[in-house]
Design a protein around this ligand. Structure first.
Ligand code: KG4
Ligand code: ZN
Length: 331
């Protein structure tokens, strides 16, 4: 089956073509980072307008790169939430128009679920597994019992992990988005230099909270200052606190649900320190922890297409009345 995937949930316009649930024929991601970087964060109205401007051209390019014609597409998978309403609407309306014009069935895809399923673009983990999704907009632990069936077992109560990285990067004038810059600076620092708090780590639940940690970092800087030489230690310690909490809470969830497979997805999953901590844990506990390659961690439409393929295989198509939604409902 040839699936066209569309993701416009945030500030990237992405369209992909996926054949038979495994072969990525094209996966174009047009980033708006330069535009929003000027404002130090995403401006929703500008994001929607940019999606409108780009989506038609990106679709043409995705089809051309894949060497397929519009009428070859057998299913359209499109993100309908969670995300920025205006941005989501552009992708969903484009998909609806495409499907109406070509009599193609449509699958509306949950963006967080798509991050979890991105691993299937490269590997075939067995169900059940636990998925940790860490991105700029989300931090969630999902328990996948089988394809298309999952439960949210934990999520963030305030800032997402990526959001905490981005806010600290902004505070330090490192640009937007800041996760990658933080990782680069942290590489030359000591992760145990400053004992930042590990919020909620010992609580008997699988939720996260990163807002207090961000405040702890800012308060530390206000009190002790930050110099060129102390910066790497400070940033490495901050990064360590986030990665440590993520890892320990995932460990706790895996034990509680007796699951020995974990997949990690979302932009923050490209963080090298996070990958090291998880692989050390995996080796210690004989658990399999899978990460998509870095390029598939951040937002892309191939992950939406692969998620759509699981629904299409089961004839779980969406009605043309399907709507966008901004927040993930806790199940
Ligand atoms: O999944 P994604 O592309 O978009 C959302 O769905 O939010 O994730 C973007 C987030 C940003 O917060 C960015 O700072 C973070 O992922 N990120 C990283 C790294 N690369 C991207 N965070 C930590 N380390 C990285 N190397
Ligand atoms: Zn995302």
């Amino acid at each position: 089956m040839l699936i066209l995937g569309i993701d416009t949930s945030c500030d990237d316009t992405s369209i992909a073509l996926l054949r038979d649930g495994s072969e990525i024929l094209s996966n174009i991601v047009s980033s708006q980072v330069e535009l929003h970087g000027l404002f130090g964060g995403i401006v929703p109205e500008l994001a929607s307008r940019k999606h409108v401007e780009l989506i038609g051209r990106i679709c043409e390019r995705a089809l051309a790169d894949a060497h397929v014609r519009l009428e070859d597409v057998e299913c359209v998978a499109v993100t309908n939430g969670p995300g920025l309403i205006g941005s989501l609407l552009v992708g969903l309306m484009f998909a609806k128009g495409f499907c109406l014009a070509t009599s193609t069935p449509m699958v509306a895809v949950n963006h967080v679920e798509a991050h979890a399923m991105s691993i299937f673009l490269e590997q075939k983990p067995q169900f059940p597994f636990i998925a940790l999704i860490v991105s700029g907009g989300h931090t969630a632990l999902l328990l996948f019992e089988e394809p298309c069936r999952y439960r949210i077992i934990g999520s963030t109560r305030d800032d997402a992990a990526g959001e905490a990285f981005d806010k600290i990067a902004k505070y330090l004038g490192l640009g937007y988005p800041g996760g990658k810059a933080i990782e680069e600076i942290a590489a030359s620092g000591r992760p145990d230099a400053i004992p930042f708090p590990r919020p909620m780590v010992d609580e008997d639940n699988y939720d996260f909270s990163f807002s207090g940690l961000k405040t702890a970092f800012i308060n530390f800087v206000k009190k002790h200052g930050i110099t060129e030489s102390s910066r790497p230690d400070l940033i490495a310690s901050f990064q360590e606190a986030i990665c440590d909490v993520l890892c320990r809470k995932t460990m706790r969830a895996a034990k509680a649900y007796s699951v020995d497979r974990v997949v990690v997805g979302g932009g923050v999953a490209s963080n090298g320190r996070l990958r090291v901590l998880y692989s050390e844990w995996a080796a210690r506990e004989k658990i399999s922890v899978l990460f998509p390659s870095r390029g598939l961690c951040t937002d892309n439409a191939a992950m939406v297409a692969i998620t759509g393929s699981f629904y299409a295989e089961r004839n779980l198509f969406s009605p043309e009345t399907v709507r966008v939604f901004s927040r993930m409902a806790r199940g």
